[in-house]
Design a protein. Sequence first.
Length: 446
Amino acid sequence: MESEGPRYLRDKEGYFSKEQRDRTRKRSGEMEAAVGAALRKQKNRPKAMSYFDEVHKYRGARYHELKEFHDKGGKIVGTLCMMVPQELIFAAGAEAVRLCSGYYEPVHPANELLGDAGLCPMVRSTLGTKMVSSNPLVDLIDLVVGPATCDGKMKLAEILQDWVPVVMMNIPRVKVGDSSSDLWVKEVSYLKNRLEELTGRSVRKSMLRSEIAKWNEANQHWSELLELRRSERPPISGRDAMLVVQASQFDRIERWNRKVGDLILELRKMRKKGVHAGEEGAARILLAGSPMMYPNFKIPSIIEGSGGLIVTDELCSGYRLMSDPVMVDGMSRKEIYQALAERYFFPCSCPCFSPNDERIRRMKEAIKAFGIEGVIFHTLRGCHLNNIEATKIELSLRVEGIPLLKIESEYDEGDIEQVRTRIEAFIEMIKTRREFRMTHPPEGNK
Ligand code: SF4
Ligand code: SF4
C-alpha cells in the first residue's frame, strides 16, 4: 500500500529549517554519547560489552557497514515492531534495522506536525527522526514494515508513506479462533512477496531454514544469558542485557551470536569469581510495560542507580525479542511459513491483543524463576494499552504478594527527579519487607 502523494506534508522539503535539522541531529548525538558514557561507567562491566556499545553508537561502525551495503545496491528494511519476522528479511537478501526511536529531541518536529495528538513519544520520536533526517541510519531505509498494532503505530506507518514505501501488516488483534492464525500466515506470505520485489531475489526454502536456524541459535544464547541473570549475584546489569538484546535488531545475527557467545564465556568466569553487577543486597526487579529503546534508558538507569537490579523484564524491547524459537515440525514450504508466522504471533504478549493472559502468565513464571521482589511497570505517556493493562497486572500480582510500582514517563528529562523519588521509596520498601521477613519467618519455617 503506497501513498499516491503526500498525505500529511504538502511541502516536506521546506517544512523544517536547516537549524532545526542540525539541532535535532546535534542533540541526538549528544544524548547517545551521554547515555553510552554512563553505561560504560558501570562497575564490574564485562569487556565484551564494548562490541554492543559500538553497534548502538550514533554514526558508529554498524552505520558505516550498512551505508556501504546500501551504496552497493543492497536493500535495507526498517521494522516498526518485534512482530516482523526478521528471518524473512535476511532470507530475501536484505538487512533489517529497527526504527522505533529512543531519542528525545525528534519528538519536537513531530509535535509541530501533529499538534497534541496524544501519541506516545516513541511513535513521535520515530516520526520526527524521519522528518528531519536526524538519524543517518533511517535515511538508508528502502522499505518500512509496520504491523497495525496500536493506533499510534498504525498511523505512524501511514504517515511514513509520505517518504518511503511501507508494508502495513494486518495483525489479528483477537487471538482466539483459527481465522486469526490463517490471516497472519497470509500476511507473512504477502510480506515475503514484497521483500522479493524489493531485492529481486526469491526467498528459497533452504535460505529461510538457514536464517531460522541462526535466529533459533540467538534464542538459545539469550536463554543462557538469562540463566546467568537468575543467579543470586547476577554478573550483568539489566541495562546491559537490554543493550545486548536490542543490538540483535540492528546487527547481522550470525555476528551477534558470536559476540554474545564471547560475552557468556566472560560472564561465566565472572560468576565463578562472585562478581556482582548490582550493589550488595540490591532489590531484584522485574521491569515491565511500554518498550524502552536505547538511548531512552532513563527508567532502567534510575532503578539501577537507586539500589535495584533489573534481573529480568517482560518488554518487547527486551526479553520478549528472543524468548521463543521457531518450532518447525515439517519440511514443506507451507509448514515452514506456518511455524515462522506463529512464532511472531502467538507468544507475543503485546497489550494490543485481547485476551492477553499470556502476559501475566509469563510474568508470574519469571517472578518465581528470577526471585523477583518487586515489579516496576512503566508506561510511556500516551500508551493507553499498557496503561490499561497495568491495572489488571497489579491486581493479579497483589494476590501473590508482589508489589508493583506504576511509573509514567515522557521523552525528556524534566521528570527524572520525581521518578527517582518514587523508585527510591519503592526499593526501600522492598528492602524493609525483606528484612522483616528474615527476622519474622512464617511459622512453618521457624
Ligand atoms: S508495544 Fe506492541 S506494538 Fe509496540 S513495539 Fe511492542 S510489540 Fe510492537
Ligand atoms: S508504547 Fe504503546 S502507544 Fe507506543 S507504540 Fe507501543 S503500544 Fe503503541
